[in-house]
Design a protein around this ligand. Structure first.
Ligand SMILES: Cc1cc2nc3c(=O)[nH]c(=O)nc-3n(C[C@H](O)[C@H](O)[C@H](O)COP(=O)(O)O)c2cc1C
Length: 223
């Protein structure tokens, strides 16, 4: 029998990133943006999990269903995929100056799991819209529930204006804008990768609004 020492398993240092667009539409411009982000993350060396919003779609949140243990498959799937990844990228349409209802509903369902899957995960937000501001207001609305849940939402966001004309296949026609998109994704991945592999960084990041920890509004466990 050999008495050679078996080295301990090396932790997988590669960043794992969930990427999805919050649209069910077949020709979604946000799905194109999500695909571009996924491609950029793969080039960076991350392990990419490109998902479809249909996988996370769920009936409207209903506390009675939850109390009966009837958790929709879409909610289970979003929790599973977030938990399996270190970071997430959401490309979201803007609906009426805010996020689409299906995305807020998916976030509400996911927020009911413990451990709560957005807590401590790094998130990058992007949007595409035919408008001249590219759906950027919707991203500011989306920051609120995500930051409330303790996600580390990256300060820079990317919004593609006049998206129906700005895209050329799976790239942005204007090379300077394409470069800005790539820089934004890489800057986010750099931070998320550092947070994964250099855990001296502060982890808990959640606002407390004066509630006591046993309130029904509590949403994270802080050790
Ligand atoms: C109900 C509804 C509300 C919308 N509101 C906005 C809006 O506030 N701002 C905006 O830029 N576009 C708005 N749009 C247009 C969407 O940005 C456009 O349909 C876009 O293509 C949707 O994204 P997708 O292609 O990824 O599905 C709205 C569309 C719908 C159906």
């Amino acid at each position: 029998m050999s008495n050679s020492v078996v080295p301990p398993p090396v932790a997988d240092r590669r960043l794992r990133v969930l990427v999805f667009a919050a649209s069910l539409r077949k020709d979604s411009v946000n799905a194109t943006l999500a695909q571009m982000a996924a491609r950029q993350a793969a080039l960076y060396g991350a392990v990419v999990d490109l998902a479809a919003m249909r996988d996370f779609d769920a009936p409207s949140y209903d506390a009675d269903s939850e109390a009966r243990g009837e958790i929709p498959a879409g909610a289970l799937e979003l929790n599973r995929r977030l938990t399996a990844n270190d970071a997430f990228v959401i490309a979201s349409p803007e609906f009426n100056g805010s996020m689409p209802g299906l995305l807020k509903n998916a976030i509400d369902w996911a927020s009911r799991f413990r451990p709560q899957p957005f807590h401590e995960r790094h998130g990058l937000l992007m949007s595409a819209s035919p408008s001249m501001v590219g759906g950027n207001r919707g991203l500011w609305a989306l920051r609120i529930p995500l930051e409330h849940l303790g996600a580390r939402v990256f300060p820079d966001m990317f919004s593609l204006a006049a998206a129906h004309k700005a895209l050329s296949g799976e790239t942005i026609a204007d090379p300077r804008l394409q470069q800005r998109f790539e820089q934004n994704v890489i800057a986010f991945l750099d931070l998320a990768e550092a947070a994964k592999n250099y855990p001296c960084m502060k982890k808990a990041w959640v606002e407390f609004l004066g509630e006591s920890p046993d309130m029904p509004t509590d949403r994270v466990e802080v050790t």
